[in-house]
Design a protein around this ligand. Sequence first.
Ligand code: CP
Length: 317
Amino acid sequence: MERHQSWSGFPHVLSASQFSADEITRIFERADSYRLDHHVGRHLDTLRGRIVGCAFFENSTRTFTSFDAAALRLGAQVVELPGMVQYSSVAKGETLEDTVRTLECYMDAIVMRHPETGAAKRAAAVMHKPLINAGDGTGEHPTQALLDLYTIRHRFPNEKAIKIVMLGDMKNGRTIHSLSRLLCTSMPGSEVHFVSPASLGIPSKLFLKLSENGLRCTDHPNEDFVPLLRDAHVLYVTRVQAERMKSEKEIRAARAMYCVTPKSLKKASPHLAVMHPFPRVTELSPDVDRDPRAAYFEQIQNGLYVRMALLSLALSR
Ligand code: CP
């Protein structure tokens, strides 16, 4: 398993594959404690005097605001940089390396989202302070994977392995890539079904790697997801990543191929957890929100606790 050690001692968070089972447990125990603090309204100042930078080169609602809120709830201050492409010197041609080396002169940790796959690794290679990958292109979204797994563990506390149906854009969906990688470590033996439009299938290299690393993977191009839900623990839905596709026609065709509605869930397991990293577009009907099996707002809430845990581990040295 590849390790990503920063020069200051704490590992950068770059890939879901970097975490050992013990590290995942440590992060989740800390997240549980922050969850409790949040419920009782306890004020924390674990990170008082520390400054976190949120540098986003791509749009975000949840990841940006939850990292921002997580830092504030731990008593840190935040430098918010949501429009790096338009408003920073990136617009004048500054390199990613020069940008992050500049930002770390002023801050204690950087949370970065970038449209280029591999950008987090590139940035971390020149940094002295912790870098947290908040999503890089079609590559990875490791903190989303952690909050997804945290939600799965809360829904299924006694399961060592699960049956999960991944539905949507398997090719470009970085949350799918990261969650699958995390399942290799945390729930080996899990059954993972990738259901997608044929043009948006799971990359074969990743499929092979996941299969070699303990998951029982099956690919279902252009297949109906409904029959798979009868005995599934999780349905993990993702949108078509339109911003990574060139043709409007292809986007429309892919979107038309799947949509989760109350009817799709009629014969599904009563214990199913319907998950989605959000934003949702056309692939998941808001009519499902009233179903107790909908777990996506739980995911959003859990993102706060998991990101508090990650920031505190990165910075409370
Ligand atoms: N899940 C997720 O990454 O959402 P945002 O793009 O809104 O951050």
